[in-house]
Design a protein around this ligand. Structure first.
Ligand code: SF4
Ligand code: SF4
Length: 505
């Protein structure tokens, strides 16, 4: 049996007519290897143009700079994320939350209108599989449905050469992918040096290359079918008015070859001639005639295949076409519906929140963190002090010098003489905040600090101090009485600066 004929079995339909659970499994549970037959129709040509544009864009983005910064750099190790010239730091949690919500809701809205257009046209898995790896494979192993073979396809070493080319493409992909996380300069540095100079980076590169190779050589459409959650969300995200790739059952059924004598007007038989080309061309191995399925990535290959058949038979195109479920059922198309109003409204609110947060974010942030250890110390001048840490984050692309000014009778002692932060730098400084003993009530007092710097930015932070008479003090006293070592070295602040604990303010 030829590869092409093996593909002729409707993938999502068992021989007894039952639907198979997974289109890539044979009845005996073994992997059903798909070799989809290409259908180069108008959608395929359009998708190919989009795919090559996206591949060029994906390759170019790490090299593009905006205001001297990379257009995109997701520096996970330094926890700095540069997007379109803006650098976001871990303290920008509100912006991150807005961004994630906007992306999530944008996907909801886009899917409600356009169905899974992203899967078929823009997803890197589809783009690289269908327009890079599969064309390479067809070059070496022949095209299903086309008998003509070139010298490569007849050569015994073709599989080996194919895998070697796959490996090179996977290497390129892995390097491009990693450039988004380490930047092109770092990447160039690593690539031009021996792996022994940077074993960790080399190991990461090797693992990513191996993963790419595994995905595009072996795992393939399984990524869409069993790994990617998007297909599973599909049923919740789309409705009867969303655009999908759909088979017009009313027009196509009953399927089969029309008898020459049949009166077309009587509709003895539908327009589907049961040629199975829509199945043979499907990259996920399903039969679109079984209706909307989670496995359908809306790649439009079945549209192109069926349109070619209809054109040959001189019948109207579009037996399989982009349409909503309502349209296919003969109901009027209704664009405006509750989710199409609610999603954009929420999106507007989120985008406004994002813009306001971005425009009003201060050039630097300051956070006071309580240091674990002795609850308080009595200083030489008689004041009661608490050990803390001042965490400063410079959001600017230039160095900034900051000053700390205690307010309302508080005192502050900072070991560091210079509070200068480099561009986008995050630093913590051990400090001791103290107030007079008589300012404590029930073992508690409050101190305020003003942090100034940058372009006349002032931030005021308050810190709740604990002192004599507090619960901590009581615990400490009891521990001392029972000769427990707790807080034994409470007079030495240096010994209590392990895990910081955030002080709410
Ligand atoms: S390609 Fe069109 S005519 Fe052929 S089986 Fe599929 S739906 Fe029917
Ligand atoms: S059913 Fe059609 S649109 Fe869906 S994945 Fe298969 S070929 Fe692509």
């Amino acid at each position: 049996m030829s590869a092409a004929s093996k593909q002729s079995t409707p993938a999502s339909t068992a021989p007894n007519g039952d639907l198979l659970i997974l289109s890539t499994l044979n009845d005996d549970g073994s992997r059903r290897w798909l070799k989809p037959r290409p259908s180069p129709g108008k959608f395929w040509h359009a998708r190919r143009a989009v795919a090559y544009f996206l591949i060029a864009l994906f390759t170019a983005i790490p090299y593009i700079t905006i205001n001297g910064k990379p257009a995109v750099l997701l520096d996970i190790i330094a926890r700095r994320f540069t997007i379109l010239g803006y650098t976001f730091l871990p303290t920008d949690t509100l912006l991150l939350a807005f961004t994630l919500l906007i992306i999530g809701l944008g996907i909801f809205l886009f899917t409600a209108i356009m169905g899974r257009v992203w899967c078929g046209w823009g997803c890197p898995q589809t783009v690289y599989m269908e327009f890079v790896f599969r064309p390479i494979e067809r070059l070496f192993e022949g095209t299903p449905g086309r008998a003509k073979k070139n010298w490569l396809q007849n050569s015994p070493v073709r599989k080996f050469i194919k895998l070697a080319v796959f490996f090179l493409v996977s290497c390129y992909l892995a390097h491009t992918f990693l450039a988004y996380f380490v930047g092109v300069e770092q990447l160039k540095y690593w690539v031009t040096r021996s792996p022994a100079d940077h074993p960790t980076a080399f190991a990461v590169m090797a693992i990513v290359t191996a993963l790419m190779m595994f995905d595009f050589t072996l795992f393939r459409e399984q990524t869409c079918l069993v790994v990617c959650p998007y297909g599973r969300f599909q049923s919740a995200l789309i409705d009867r008015q969303s655009l999908i790739v759909a088979y017009d059952k009313d027009r196509g059924e009953p399927r089969g070859k029309k008898p020459a004598s049949a009166d077309v007007s009587l509709k003895v038989i539908g327009d589907c001639v049961d040629c199975n080309l829509c199945v043979q061309t499907c990259p996920t191995g399903i039969d679109i005639r079984n209706g909307l399925q989670m496995e359908c990535v809306h790649c439009t290959q079945c549209i192109d295949a069926c349109d070619a058949v209809m054109a040959k038979l001189k019948r109207p195109l579009g037996l399989i076409r982009y349409a909503s479920q309502a349209e296919i059922a003969g109901e009027p198309r209704r664009f405006i519906r509750p989710r199409i109003i609610v999603y954009p409204l929420i999106l507007c609110i989120l985008i406004t929140g994002f813009i306001i947060t971005l425009l009003t974010r201060t050039p630097f942030t300051a956070t006071l963190l309580r240091t674990r250890g002795a609850p308080f110390i009595e200083l030489a001048d008689g004041t009661i002090g608490n050990n803390a840490r001042l965490k400063l984050v410079n959001r600017e692309d230039r160095a900034v010098q900051l000053q700390v000014v205690p307010l309302n009778g508080a005192n502050v002692k900072i070991e560091a003489s210079d509070l200068t932060l480099g561009p986008n730098e995050i630093r913590e400084f051990p400090i001791v905040i103290s107030v007079a003993r008589d300012k404590f009530s029930l073992g508690k007092s409050t101190a305020s600090l003003k942090i100034t710097g940058g372009t006349d930015t002032e931030l005021v932070r308050t810190f709740q101090l604990v002192g004599p008479g507090s619960m901590h003090d009581e615990a400490s006293r009891k521990a001392e009485e029972s000769h427990e070592p707790a807080h034994k070295d409470s007079q030495d602040p240096a010994k209590h600066d392990d895990e910081p604990k955030e002080q709410p303010h």
